[in-house]
Design a protein around this ligand. Structure first.
Ligand SMILES: *[C@@H]1O[C@H](CO)[C@@H](O)[C@H](O)[C@H]1NC(C)=O
Ligand SMILES: *[C@@H]1O[C@H](CO)[C@@H](O)[C@H](O)[C@H]1NC(C)=O
Length: 371
């Protein structure tokens, strides 16, 4: 039972974070099982599984296929850190998790994933891939998670599997997302594409057409404004560490469902009055490390806003009605986090009533401003 438990655990961890795939992976049991004459319950289950699963005919049924140097256990094939320059051959057809991270693969070819219709998660993180054959992903009928970060792609590959739910393509060299890149990807939920040198003009009109994303991160890129054409279904949008200068009136108009908006570490000086009125569902707003001179207008009207980061700006004045509604009887969630440190404003100059709709004093991070 140990092995099936550890597989479950692995599947579960992988669904949370890709770096867990880099954990030392202890080969345990599979060969022992296979060679253990009397076999346990698990062995017989696995043997039954393998019948008719497309194994090469000429192999004796009790010798499992596993690419040279890789670890294969149950449905997990682990080939990380092997200096591979190509995707290995003879990957078992029933593989669910294929880990190829930390190798030197340069290209994905047409037949690299042939027959892997059961693959659920594929990690190609930290290779040197710059070329993907347009049909490379065609066999992957059930792929849900594709981890492609830290490669040399200059464009998001075309023809991603329609079953895809999560794409991580962080830290490549992507400068363009052509129109239709994500068409037919109706299940996609989450894209992480930060750390690419992409500018606003790199997103062709219609680049995100058809996507119903919840989560999108394009941090550490070269954006100078909030992209206008992102999916309107977004709950979370992270655009931190770009070069965004301002938020203009209509910039957020499309993103009515946003719960979290990350705009820290940009160059924002100006947030146009009224622009925040479009994001009435916001819970969390990060505007730290910008060049704001005032608390943005519209915060008191945002009924659900609970966390607002404004630290490390150039705010020299905080007014009594900047955060909370005037008068009583206006329903609003209490804030549980407001950060204002690193601004040229002294806390003793701010009226205590300014924070009348904050859970408690500890929720306000002020610090002592030092010039
Ligand atoms: C924004 O509103 C404030 C008062 O709510 C006003 O003082 C300021 O001039 C307005 N700014 C613009 C650009 O309309
Ligand atoms: C901070 O704001 C003041 C005006 O309130 C301006 O004179 C100063 O140049 C600003 N500093 C920075 C670093 O932007």
């Amino acid at each position: 039972m140990f092995s099936s438990l550890s597989l479950l655990l692995l599947l579960h961890i992988c669904s949370l974070t890709v770096s867990s795939l880099a954990l030392p992976f202890e080969q345990r049991g599979f060969w022992d099982f296979a060679m253990d004459g009397n076999g346990g319950d698990l062995t017989s289950v696995m043997m039954r599984d393998e019948e008719g699963s497309g194994m090469e005919e000429e192999l004796p049924p009790d010798v499992p296929l596993c690419p040279f140097g890789c670890h294969c256990q149950l449905h997990v094939v682990q080939c990380s850190d092997l200096s591979l320059t190509v995707v290995p051959k003879e990957i078992p057809k029933d593989t669910k998790l294929l880990d190829l991270q930390n190798n030197r693969i340069t290209e994905l070819k047409e037949n690299d994933f042939k027959g892997l219709a059961n693959l659920y998660a594929l990690s190609l993180v930290n290779n040197k891939i710059s070329k993907v054959h347009p049909k490379a992903f065609t066999p992957l009928l059930h792929l849900k998670k594709l981890y492609f970060s830290r490669n040399l792609l200059t464009v998001v590959p075309r023809n991603l599997p329609p079953s895809l739910v999560e794409l991580r393509i962080h830290e490549n060299r992507i400068k363009t997302v052509p129109e239709g890149t994500f068409s037919r990807l109706g299940s996609m939920n989450c894209i992480e594409m930060g750390g690419n040198p992409i500018q606003n003009s790199g997103f062709e009109p219609g680049a995100f057409k058809g996507l119903k994303l919840n989560y999108l991160r394009i941090s550490e890129a070269k954006l100078t404004g909030i992209p206008k054409d992102l999916p309107d279904s977004l709950h979370e949008l992270h655009l931190d560490s770009n070069q965004i200068q301002a938020i203009e009136l209509e910039d957020l108009k499309r993103y009515k469902h946003l719960h979290r908006l990350g705009l820290g570490h940009n160059h924002i000086r100006m947030i146009e009055n009224g622009s925040l009125s479009y994001v009435q569902n916001l819970r969390e707003l990060h505007l730290d490390n910008n060049r704001l001179t005032r608390v943005p207008k519209g915060l008191p009207e945002m009924k659900y806003l609970q966390v607002v980061y404004l630290h490390s700006n150039n705010i020299s004045q905080v007014d009594v009605n900047d955060f909370c509604p005037r008068g009583f009887g206006i329903k609003r969630s209490f804030y549980n986090g407001i950060s204002l440190y690193g601004n040229p404003v002294y806390y003793w100059e701010v009226q205590p009533a300014t924070f009348r709709c904050v859970t408690d004093r500890l929720a306000i991070q002020f610090g002592n401003y030092k010039k």
